[in-house]
Design a protein around this ligand. Structure first.
Ligand code: PLP
Length: 413
C-alpha cells in the first residue's frame, strides 16, 4: 500500500487568495461597474526593461544557429551572470561575496522552500508572523511541526511582528537553529537597520544557528543607511544564506530568474558535532535536482547590470515607489497608521478592526481589492496589505475611490 507523507495533511488549506477571488467574483456579479481595481496581489504590472528584452532576443538568436547554440549550462548559472551579481550586488556595497558562492535559480520561492532540505528534521525553526507563507508551509511538509491549533502550528517558534516592535521581531527567548528573516518585508514593508540586523547575526553566531535572509525586495530600498544585504553586517558570512530575486527588481515574475548566496565559510554540524560546508551541501542538492536557468533568461538578467539596465531598473522601481508614496500618504491623511511603503512596495495599514471586514468594506464601497493581513498569520489581524504594483492611473483612481468612500463612511458613523 502506497502511503502519503502525512505531514501534508497538517497543512492549513491556504484559503487566502481563493477566498479573495471568490469575494471579488461575487461583488463583480452584483456590481459589474465600475470595474474593481486590484491592489492585492504582489505581481508586477510593467514590462521588462528594454535592455533585458534586447539581450533576451539576441540570446534567442544565438540558439537559432548551430555555431552559437547552447545546450545544458552550468547548474549554478553562467559565469557572466554570477560575476555581474558578485560585483554589483555585493562587492560594490562592501560585502565580501565571490561569484562561486552564488547559485542562479528560477525563483526565490523554490530556493526559500527547498533550502530546509539541508537540515535535520528536528532542527528548531523560528518564523516571523506575519509571514510570506512558503517558509512555514515547507517546514510543515518536512515534518518540523505539530498540528495546527488556534491559528498556529505546534513546535514552531513564532517571531511576532507587532505595532510595538515596528514589525521587526525581537530575538527569540529560546535557542533556535534556523531563523527566517525577510527585509524589506512582505507583507508589512518594514525594514531593518544595520544595528538591528547585527543583533540577529550575533544571536545566530552564539547559537550556531543559520539565518535564512530573504532580500527579494532590496531594490526598493531608498534610505542609504539601510542594509541591502545581510553580508554588509560583520560576521554574516559565517551565519547566513541570502535569497534574491529579479522578479520584483526587474519585472521577471513571468520570466523567472533569482539567486541564492551560500558563503563557503558557512558551516552546519552532524549530531556528533562534526562541521560540514553548507555550500558543498547546497551545491550537491542544486546540481542533483536542478538543471539551470535557460541561457536567454540569464542573458536578460545580466543586462540589468549594464549602465542602461541599471538606469531602466531604477526607473521601474521609482514608478512603483511613487505609487507607494501616493497610497501611504492618502491612507495617513485619512487617519490610518501605516508601516512600509517607504523602502518597500507594500503598505501595511492598521484597520482599527477586523481585517476581513475592512477588506469587504473597501471592496463593497470603493471597488478596490487589498489583502487582509490575517491571511499572513495571527499577528496580521487588524491590518491590510496594499500593494504598489499597478499603473499610476489605477493607483490614483483607487485612492480617489477609497478617499470618497471612507469619508462617506465617517459621515455615516
Ligand atoms: N520572497 C518573498 C518575500 C516574496 O514576496 C516572493 C514573491 O512574492 C518571493 C520570495 C518569490 O520570488 P520569485 O518570484 O523569485 O519566486
Amino acid at each position: 500500500m502506497i502511503r502519503i507523507n502525512e505531514n501534508y495533511l497538517k497543512l492549513k488549506a491556504s484559503y487566502l487568495f481563493s477566498d479573495i477571488a471568490k469575494r471579488v467574483a461575487a461583488h463583480q456579479q452584483r456590481r459589474p461597474e465600475p470595474a474593481v481595481i486590484r491592489l492585492g496581489i504582489g505581481d508586477v504590472t510593467r514590462a521588462l526593461p528594454d535592455t533585458c528584452i534586447a539581450a533576451f532576443h539576441e540570446a534567442v538568436d544565438e540558439m537559432a544557429a548551430d555555431a552559437t547554440f547552447r545546450g545544458y549550462g552550468p547548474e549554478q548559472g553562467y559565469d557572466f551572470l554570477r560575476e555581474a551579481i558578485a560585483e554589483n550586488d555585493f562587492r560594490a556595497r562592501g560585502a565580501d561575496i565571490d561569484a562561486d558562492e552564488i547559485f542562479v535559480s528560477d525563483g526565490a520561492k523554490c530556493d526559500t522552500g527547498n533550502i530546509q532540505e539541508l537540515f535535520a528534521s528536528d532542527v528548531r525553526i523560528a518564523i516571523p508572523d506575519p509571514v510570506y507563507p512558503v517558509y512555514l508551509d515547507t517546514n510543515v511538509m518536512a515534518g518540523r511541526s505539530g498540528t495546527f491549533r488556534d491559528g498556529r502550528y505546534e513546535g514552531i517558534v513564532y517571531l511576532d511582528g507587532t505595532a510595538d516592535n515596528g514589525f521587526i521581531p525581537d530575538l527569540p527567548a529560546e535557542p533556535v537553529d534556523l531563523i527566517y528573516l525577510c527585509f524589506p518585508n512582505n507583507p508589512t514593508g518594514a525594514t531593518i537597520s544595520k544595528e538591528q540586523l547585527k543583533t540577529w547575526v550575533d544571536f545566530a553566531a552564539a547559537n550556531r544557528a543559520i539565518i535564512l535572509y530573504d532580500a527579494a525586495y532590496e531594490a526598493f530600498i531608498r534610505d542609504d543607511a539601510l542594509p541591502h544585504s545581510i553580508y554588509e553586517i560583520d560576521g554574516a558570512r559565517n551565519v547566513a544564506i541570502e535569497f534574491r530575486s529579479f522578479s520584483k527588481t526587474a519585472g521577471f515574475t513571468g520570466t523567472r530568474c533569482a539567486y541564492t548566496v551560500v558563503p563557503k565559510s558557512l558551516m552546519a554540524y552532524t549530531a556528533s558535532g562534526e562541521s560540514h560546508s553548507v555550500h558543498r551541501l547546497w551545491n550537491r542538492r542544486h546540481s542533483t535536482k536542478f538543471n539551470g536557468v535557460s541561457y536567454p533568461v540569464q542573458r536578460a538578467a545580466a543586462a540589468i547590470y549594464t549602465d542602461a539596465g541599471k538606469r531602466q531598473v531604477a526607473e521601474l522601481i521609482q514608478g512603483y515607489m511613487a505609487n507607494a508614496d501616493i497610497i501611504r500618504s492618502e491612507m495617513q491623511t485619512l487617519g490610518y497608521d501605516c508601516i512600509g511603503g517607504e523602502n518597500a512596495p507594500y503598505i501595511w495599514v492598521a484597520t482599527k478592526g477586523d481585517s476581513w471586514a475592512f477588506f469587504d468594506m473597501l471592496l463593497e464601497k470603493a471597488g478596490v481589492v487589498c489583502t487582509p493581513g490575517a491571511g499572513f498569520g495571527t499577528c496580521g489581524e487588524g491590518y491590510i496589505r496594499i500593494s504598489a504594483f499597478n499603473s499610476r492611473e489605477n493607483v490614483t483612481a483607487a485612492m480617489d475611490r477609497i478617499r470618497r468612500s471612507l469619508k462617506r463612511q465617517c459621515h455615516l458613523e
